[in-house]
Design a protein around this ligand. Sequence first.
Ligand code: ATP
Ligand code: MG
Length: 405
Amino acid sequence: MRVVFLAPIYPPEMLQYTRGLAEVGAEVYGVGDTPREALPEVVRPYLHDYLQVPRILAEDDVMDRVTAWLRGKSVDRVLSNWEPTVILAARLRERWGMPGMSVDAVRGFRDKQLMKERVRAAGLRVPRSRRVKTEAEMRAAAEEIGYPLVLKPIAGAGSADTYRVDDAKQLDETIPKMRGVTEASCEEYVRGEEFTFDTVSIQGKPAFENVAAYLPKPLEARSEEWISPVIITVRDLAQPKLQGGLELGRKVLSALGMGDGFTHMEWFLTPKGEAVFGEIGCRPGGAHLVDQMNYTCDIDLFREWARVACFGKFEAPTTRKYNAGIVFKRALGKGRITRITGLGDWLRACDPWVVEEKLLRPGTPRRNWRHTLLSDGHVLVRHPDWDEAYRMSFLAATGIKMYAE
Ligand SMILES: Nc1ncnc2c1ncn2[C@@H]1O[C@H](COP(=O)(O)OP(=O)(O)OP(=O)(O)O)[C@@H](O)[C@H]1O
Ligand SMILES: [Mg+2]
C-alpha cells in the first residue's frame, strides 16, 4: 500500500498520522515544505520517502512536482489531514484517477457557504446566511438577516476574523476589520451551547463517533484573554440532549458525500433544544481533540484512521470510558512565562485522574492566544462521571495561574 501523505509533519500532530500509516503497513511518501534536514528524528522511520516542495500551498506547482517524483510508481492513496491541503489531495487523486473523495465533495467540506447550501438542501437546519464580498453586500445581508449576526471568512480557521455583530453601530465598527478577507459569510447568530461531532467514517458511515462540549463557545473563548478555554469529550452519547446533534451530524455526512476518514463538525444546541449545523471539515479537529478522544476510549485513533484510509477497516473498541477535559491556560502579562501558581494543588486534588500536564515552563515565550487555541499550554484530565470531569476541568481553569511579568 503506497500512500502519498501531504504535510506529514506540520502541524506537529501530523507526525502521529504518519506513524499510524506506517504502523498499519503503508509505505508513506511524505510531501511538505519542511526542509528534509529539519525532519524530526521521531518521524524518519515512518517515512518511506519525502519530497520537499518550495510551498505546500502552491497547488499547481506541488501537483507537477509530485507527479514527476512518482512517475513510474503506482500509488494507492493520496491523503491529508490538514485543512489547507485537503483540496490539493483531492486534485491529485483526480489527476491520477485514484479512489477517494472528489474535489467537488471536498469543496463541500471546505467552502462554508457551499457547505451550508448543501446541508440546507438536504432539509437540515442551518443558520441563514449570505456570501458577501463588498461592504455594500455586507450591509444588504445584515439588513436581510437581522441582528445579532456573525461575519466570518468563507474559508476560515481558528475563529480568525470572526465577529459577532449586535447592531448597526457594531456593523460599522466591524466592516473595516474585515478588509483583509476577500469573501465572507454573513449569518444569523445562533444562541445556545456549542458542541463538536467528530467521526472516523467509512464510506460516510461513522465507525467511531464523538461529541465534545465547548466551554465556552470558541467565539467567546477567542474574544477574552482571561478565559481558560475548556473542552470536554462527552462519555455518555446516549443522553437525550445530544440525539438531535448526532442525527444531524450523520445526515450531514451523507448530504456532503463523505468518504473515508476523519470529520470534525461543530453544532449548536439552542435553548429550545434544536440542533443547528455550524460547520464541518473532512479532517480531524486540531488542538489535541484527537488525543482527548483517545483518552476517552483508551484507543489510538491516529492508527485507526490510517487503517480506515488504507483498508476500510476500523478495529479499535469504541466503548466510552471517560469524559476527557482539556484546559488551555493563558498567562497574565507579556513576554516570557515567569511563574505558575496553583498547579501543585490542582495535581494533588485531581490525582489520579490527570493524564497530561503540558503548561509552558518559566522562561518560555508566550504563544499568541489569538492565533492558537493552544495558548500557553494545557492540562488534560479525565473521569468516568461527567460532573467530576467538569469540576476538575474548571478547577484548573480557575485555580491554576500563569504569569509573564
Ligand atoms: N452562526 C453562528 N451563530 C453563533 N455562533 C457562531 C456562528 N458562526 C460562528 N459562530 C461562532 O464562531 C466560532 C468560529 O466560527 P467557525 O467555526 O465557523 O469558524 P472557524 O474559524 O472555522 O473556527 P475554528 O477553526 O475555530 O473551528 C464558532 O465556533 C462559534 O462559536
Ligand atoms: Mg469552527
